[in-house]
Structures are given as structure tokens and as C-alpha cells.
Write a protein that binds this ligand. Sequence first.
Ligand code: NAP
Length: 414
Amino acid sequence: MTALPRQTLRIGFVGTGFIARFHLQSLIGVRNVEVTGVYSRKAENRERFAEAVRELELGICRPHGSLDHLLSAGDVDAIWILSPNYTRLEVMRTLHAEIKAGRSQVFAVACEKPLARTVAEAREMLHLAQDAGLNHGYLENQVFCTPVLRGKEIIWRRAALTTGRPYLARAAEEHSGPHEPWFWQGDKQGGGVLSDMMCHSVEVARHLLTAPGAARNSLKVKAVNGTVANLKWTRPAYADQLRQRYGNEVDYRNRPSEDFARATVTLEDEEGRELMIEATTSWAYVGAGLRIQLELLGPEYALEYNSLGTGLKIFLSRAVKGSEGEDLVEKQNAEQGLMPVLEDETGVYGYTDENRHMVECFRKGVKPLETFEDGLAVVEILMGLYRSAEIGATLHFPAPELETYVPLVARTGV
Ligand SMILES: NC(=O)c1ccc[n+]([C@@H]2O[C@H](COP(=O)([O-])OP(=O)(O)OC[C@H]3O[C@@H](n4cnc5c(N)ncnc54)[C@H](OP(=O)(O)O)[C@@H]3O)[C@@H](O)[C@H]2O)c1
């Protein structure tokens, strides 16, 4: 039995890629935490990550060449699962087995979005966490974005209280396409942009519409309507570009996943009032970089946020030459002209507050704001949207057919 609260939570990372670097960087803004272990299949990756932990003075991080070693190390309290979507279940099954066999003292787990590729997988993730007695957190950073935290607090305290609850949330997340081949492969990732990015949009929109402190089931999903499309990356020149960049396994001439998705989600609140989420996501947006747009509308008020409308802008003339980078904004597309700059990406995108929240909840044995139950509910909505797009009709909830549903682009052999 683990005695809580712990003074310091000792984290073990599974994965050392793009998002692991974001999480690590954000932890310099989190108290009562150390990073004591990392598992990666490649020695150079885990050594580099352990060195970065040392440089940031976030603890003595031991690199592990096997997941079992990390989980049974004895100096790790919680696991952050930051590996690709197709590895989730493998990691959770191993964690479950190690705990059940009495070889692991790990008592909490946090998992990046989306929780799983299908409802069946997400249900198993939740079951494994519960059966192993783990406290579990679902890592949806947009819920913790600083404009979302501040905006939601003001709207609900000042406007909704006096004039009535919000009824419409709009969310969009768009960029020019992911950075690793597995994201583009429907079976590995679970779908295309709908699976990859709509998970953010539906959850942040639902969160904005939910009264502060109210349970997830205070809003019920009544129906979903989705559209998917291939706007850019199936064009022959762009499909060939993907193949050159990532090899034959990414074949958008013959096996594309959607690069655009649109959703409407109809919800009902506790008093039977209709609420609406409108969301769009795309891998076909070429602007300065990643663009997140959020709106929350009610009878006498409106919230609006655009991640590229930054206070800090830098102009670089055509005489300024340099290598390509992502040093101004995530998924940056240019190095000249008038460029928006996010001076604190880990803070504004929500990673710092997300990790602070998870660390404090795990340390004290408190249920986090976002759990695997929320991750499962998100996957149910995503699968409903894929099914709706496939049949060309609105899907009404509850929809038992989603229990075994696999999106068209994720079915192998299709
Ligand atoms: N919240 C967000 O906005 C956001 C943004 C990006 C990604 N994500 C999510 O974060 C997760 C990782 O994405 P990423 O962009 O970081 O991917 P990535 O850059 O491809 O990194 C994946 C990492 O996982 C490791 N890995 C690969 N196969 C593995 C396996 N079988 N078992 C254990 N580890 C394995 C790789 O390291 P080795 O090769 O060294 O083992 C690599 O360090 C995904 O679920 C993604 O959806 C979230």
C-alpha cells in the first residue's frame, strides 16, 4: 500500500520524442517532481534524454533499455506514456502485469492523447488501470491552455452566472502535417487528422461548455455528425513528397488517411437544453505555424482565442537567412517576414499547468480533472464521427455499434 501524500513524485517517461521533450521542458515550472527514469528502445535517445534531465536539474534520470526494468526500478512512482498510439496497450499491459506480479511499485499513470485507436482499446486501457489500482490521468493539454483556464473562469464567474450558461463552443486545430511517418499510417495511428487532432478540439470544447466543478456526465452527447476529406496530401506531387520524406510505408496515392475533418456534436445539459460543439481540424493548413482557434458563445457574451494572434511578433527581412526551425512557433512554416512568436509555448499550450495538476493529484492520491474515463469518452465521440462520415448520416448516441468499430482508414487490408 502506497502512503500518500508523497513529498516528491518520481516520474518515469516512456518515449523520448517530440511530445516527451515538451513535457520535460514544462516540468521546470512544476514543483514536487523529479524525473528518475526513461525507457526508449534506442540507447542514444535514452542517454540524450537522461542528459537533458540532468541539465534541467530535474533529478537523476536512469536510462532503461527495457520497459520491465523501468517499471520495476523501485525509484519510479508514476509513468508518463508518451510513445506512439499503436504502443499504448502494450505499455499498459506490461505495467498491469508487473504490478499484479508484485514487481512494480508504480501507483499512477498518465497517457498522452488520444487514449487509444478504438473504443475497444480505450476500454481495455481503462480496465487495466483500474484493475492494477492505478490513479490515472489523460493528458489533454488544451484543457490546461492558459487562455482556456483564464477565459473559462471569467466567462462562467462573470457572464454565465448572471445571463445564462454558454451554448456553443467552436474549436479548430490546424497545421501543415505531422513530423513522423507513423502519424500518416491509418492502422498505426488509428486514423488521419480526425483521430490525431479532433481529440483536442472535442475535449476542449466540451470542457469549456461544462460548468466549473461539474462532472463529465452533466453534459450528454446526443448526436454526432462528421465529414472527412482529402484536400492536399493526395495530390500527386504532395503524395510523392510524403513518400520521399518518409519512405514507401507512407503511400498517399493508394492508402491515404484524411487530412481534413469537420464535426458537429450535439449535447444536452442537466436541464435538457441543447448545446453545440463545432470543430474542424486539418493537416492542410499552411500559415505561420500551428493554429488553435477557440470560441465560447452564450446569450450575452463571447470568448475568442487564436494561438497565432500573439502579442510578440518579429519581422525578419529577406536579407536574414538561416536554417529551417521550429524556434518561433510549433510546426513553423517560414523563417522570414512578419512572424508570430509564442514566448512560452509550454505554458500557453497547457503543458505546465497540465503536469502541475497531474503531479499534485498523483502525489496526494486525488482524482485528476482528466482521467482515462475522459479519454474513453473522447474516443467514443471520435469513432462516432468516423462512423457518421462513413455512412453519410448523423449518428445518435448511445451507439452500441461503436464498441467494435474501426475507422475505414485504420482497417488493414482495405
Ligand atoms: N498533446 C499534443 O499536442 C501532442 C503533440 C504531439 C504528440 N502527441 C502524442 O504523443 C504521443 C507521441 O507522439 P510524438 O510526437 O512524441 O511521437 P514521436 O516523436 O514519434 O516519438 C515517439 C517516441 O516513442 C518511442 N517509441 C517508439 N516505439 C515505441 C515502442 N514500441 N515502445 C515504446 N516506445 C516507443 C520512440 O523512441 P525510441 O525509438 O527511442 O524507442 C520515440 O521517443 C502520441 O500519442 C501523440 O498523439 C501529443
